[in-house]
Design a protein around this ligand. Structure first.
Ligand SMILES: [Zn+2]
Ligand SMILES: [Zn+2]
Length: 167
């Protein structure tokens, strides 16, 4: 019998959960602080949060990202909100110090079971401005399906790698 392939069905399932197909066609956004215009991150995704802690408010627009935003820094302690048992921690803009984002440091069971995009960083829609990120041709909007993993998607790394590849 052949040994099992290194990428088993369980891992495929896990990867699908990280980025559910319904999120793959979404545009990648560049997010800037609304207060000081500093670049927060270039891997944003527009999201609608269905549940809200505020009564009568059903939809809240947010931006999420899959890796720590280079323009923000965590501060303070973990806390929970009224909506669920997730542990979260606020993050401030490195340029102006305003609270622009939070990190879900420990997702709760409810949120893990819900269909989510696997992103643990959330940027407040009223604190950041968004522009669609373009692909390397500079003409088409970059989709999440075509976005390189965070490790290889440095500010200039992608451009550098691309130019090396073309030689
Ligand atoms: Zn939760
Ligand atoms: Zn700022």
């Amino acid at each position: 019998m052949l040994p099992p392939p290194s990428l088993g069905p369980e891992l495929h399932d896990a990867l699908d959960r990280v980025l559910h197909p319904q999120f793959r066609c979404k545009a990648v956004c560049e997010l800037r602080c609304k207060h000081c215009a500093r670049m927060m991150c270039q891997r944003g995704m527009k999201a609608i949060l269905l549940a809200s802690s505020k009564p009568g408010e059903l939809r809240v627009e947010l931006f999420s990202t899959d890796s720590p935003p280079p323009g923000a820094e965590l501060f303070g302690d973990d806390y929970t909100t009224a909506s669920c048992r997730c542990l979260i921690r606020d993050a401030a803009c490195l340029g102006c110090g305003n609270t622009v984002a939070y990190n879900v440091t420990k997702p709760c069971a409810t949120c893990l079971q819900a269909c989510n995009n696997g992103h643990l960083w959330v940027l407040h829609a009223d604190s950041v401005s968004s522009t669609d990120r373009l692909d390397t041709s500079g003409r088409k909007i970059l989709r999440w399906a075509d976005l390189p993993p965070a490790e290889t998607d440095g500010d200039m790394a992608g451009v550098h790698e691309y130019s090396l590849f073309c030689r």
